[in-house]
Design a protein around this ligand. Sequence first.
Ligand code: GLN
Length: 485
Amino acid sequence: MEPYQWTIHEARERLDKGEISSVELTRHVLARIDAVEPKVQAFNTVTAARALADAEAADRMIAGGNAQPLTGIPIALKDNMITEGVETTCSSKILSGYVPPFDGTISARMKAAGAVLVGKTNLDEFAMGSSTENSATKTTRNPWDPERAPGGSSGGSAAAVAADMCLGSFGSDTGGSIRQPGALCGVVGFKPTYGRVSRFGLVAFASSLDQIGPFTRDVHDAAILLAASAGSDPLDSTCSDRPVDDYVAGLSAGVKGRTIGVPKEYFIEGTDPAVAAAVQDGIRQLEAQGATVREISLPHTQYATACYYLVATAEASSNLGRYDGVRYGLREEPGDLLSMYMATREAGFGTEVKRRIMLGTYALSAGYYDAYYKKAQQVRTLILRDFETAFDAGVDLVVTPTAPTGAFKIGEKSGDPLQMYLSDIFTISCNLAGLPGISVPCGFDGNHMPIGLQLIGKRFDESTLLAAAHAYQQGTDFHTRRPQL
Ligand code: GLN
């Protein structure tokens, strides 16, 4: 096995034993990026010089006996996370050339932990999409088949881990953008509870739904990245003050004695039979590890996609009002101030972003607000109550497929927004309810593309969720399979 293929916990052991330095490990990872990035196109920016400087600093921390779990570990950040001195584009023309003068909390915490930043990864423009095809910078390829999409919106972060171009990465998940690309690229994708990880410096898409979380090769690594990123932040008032559990120690709890609910609304027509079969196998595996499985009902599931596309677009239309040519990136100057706003937004935003701004503005406008936005908020409450009812009845975790199909062909859905929106049908409810969810590899479809199994937990009960997902990986080896590049 090459060093760039190691898990984070494996690399930690070797770094601590002095078998390899962070500079050496980082050189291996940068060489891997040079070798496969031309095929995968996962990065908007590769920060090679910064990575080597970070690695040197990390080696000094290790030599001084000050290593933390991530010290010296090469990671990547989605390019909607603010990084001081490193261009942050959101894969949008409107932010082109924007170099932030400050760090967001995720970037600052990774720096403080001694992690090595190798680059910023591609995404659907402003995280709006499910395939990364809405990027204005490049088309990221699925490492398992370059004709296929990596999923989205955090497709670059997922593909970078799957193609061994970093040991772990962070993405953001508003409606499934960590779990769905995790599933389609065959890696672990983990969205923590809303408010578990600070959003300060995460460029806002839909503020009541956005959440940062990790992509990793296994659940153990996801626990490590969550522990290093979670916890209260005075710079984000929606970030919770609850103490951060010891997620790594909690992994050994397993899934024995847990009750897992299988919602009947998630095993529906339109799901690839190979996906349904792999998830059923996964459920049997959880049972074999000691879980009790029972069928449950989440009756408002059918409204989740419609509800999400009102709430998310409404919030986006407001959040994206700040891109006007005055403060960041692109500026078109055809004449007076109003023409500048209009020409900048016309030239700077892509089609999908404009569609969302228009949808959201419509849903919020006088006369339509009650019928659309307010109604969607009421439906959101019903969706949350569905989960609460199941949890109150003794269910600890909910298990579902992550996405209805494996990776689809590039171009297959990009002309049909509704088809694309349906890719998120199984991931969206979790965001609307604010719950933590994880996708783990659980098989392959007829095209040899990875399939993901989703587990959803109670609010702030990441420990139970991670322990169950870890138990699943103790009995399966799907997470150890790698694409041939
Ligand atoms: N695919 C969904 C959307 O387009 C979710 C995106 C996300 O989670 N950022 O809105």
